[in-house]
Design a protein. Structure first.
Length: 276
């Protein structure tokens, strides 16, 4: 796999003006959402998604990711997370030829999720719309799920909840209630936004208010979201238009619902012909 390394250091600098714009965008998108408990999502998901057969997915274009970490910061703000709590991780990687690219990893929302299978108390479960969710009232903090996840997408909460995330208000304000100390936490595709948006007749992936914060905040449009079962959804269209899409560690048969467009194939130069 090759990388398009046209991103210079200047593109990664975050100005105060940028932060103000980002905060305003997220606060605007949060207008339809209410401060909710994530445990409430189990009932709402069952009611809204069994009828439509929706399965939410995300596509991340590695060529567009500049490593700004806006997605991580917005996630921390919306979920009221401390700096050491990461639902979304962005790492700098290299191809075999030494080209740098950035890999952003939220929860993969696997259709065959190891974390669901190992949980002894069913605190981790599938919503009917495919999102792998957490019932924090059930979680006993055994961390089996954290060990079982092959993507490192879970984080244990060792500390008492904080009052305000360090990433607020620049990247938005908390939209869900705090989780207790001693539970395992994870990305949930901002399911509270999805559910509330659907209640208001909005389309996740199209309407900002109903779309995950990481997708809304991305300055380069590297993330696309939607119903993978709907051929007219943004994520389905993006997958159709891409020359190739990949999923992480497909050999494990976890069936992730996060897809990646790998670094662009070049017609000339050291990567000529790769990926074709």
């Amino acid at each position: 796999m090759q990388a398009d390394s046209n991103h210079n250091a200047g593109e990664k600098n975050i100005s105060r003006r940028d932060l103000i714009k980002v905060g305003a965008a997220l606060l605007g998108a949060a207008g339809v959402t209410q401060f909710v408990g994530l445990n409430d999502i189990r009932v709402r998901g069952s009611e809204t998604d069994q009828e439509g057969g929706r399965k939410w997915g995300m596509l991340i274009d590695i060529n567009k990711c500049i490593g700004c970490n806006y997605c991580t910061y917005a996630c921390q703000a919306i979920n009221n997370l401390a700096d050491d709590m990461l639902y979304n991780v962005v790492t700098a990687e290299e191809t075999q030829s030494g080209e740098e690219f950035f890999l952003s990893r939220p929860c993969m929302q696997c259709a065959e999720a190891p974390c669901v299978h190992v949980c002894p108390v069913e605190a981790t479960y599938y919503r009917p719309d495919g999102i792998v969710a957490m019932d924090y009232d059930r979680c006993i903090g055994c961390r089996y799920c954290q060990v079982a996840c092959p993507y490192g997408a879970r984080v244990f909460n060792w500390k008492n909840p904080i009052e305000v995330s360090p990433k607020s208000p620049d990247f938005g304000m908390a939209e869900v209630e705090n989780r207790p100390r001693g539970v395992v936490e994870k990305c949930h595709f901002c399911s509270h936004r999805i559910d509330k948006g659907l209640e208001h007749g909005l389309t996740p992936g199209v309407d900002r208010e109903a779309t995950p914060a990481c997708v809304v905040v991305c300055p380069t449009g590297a993330r696309v979201f939607g119903d993978v079962n709907d051929p007219e959804s943004p994520v389905a269209i993006a997958r159709q238009e891409a020359i190739v899409t990949l999923r992480l560690r497909e050999e494990l048969s976890t069936e992730p619902r996060v897809y990646y467009i790998p670094p662009t194939t070049r017609k000339t130069g050291p990567f000529a012909g790769e990926g074709e």
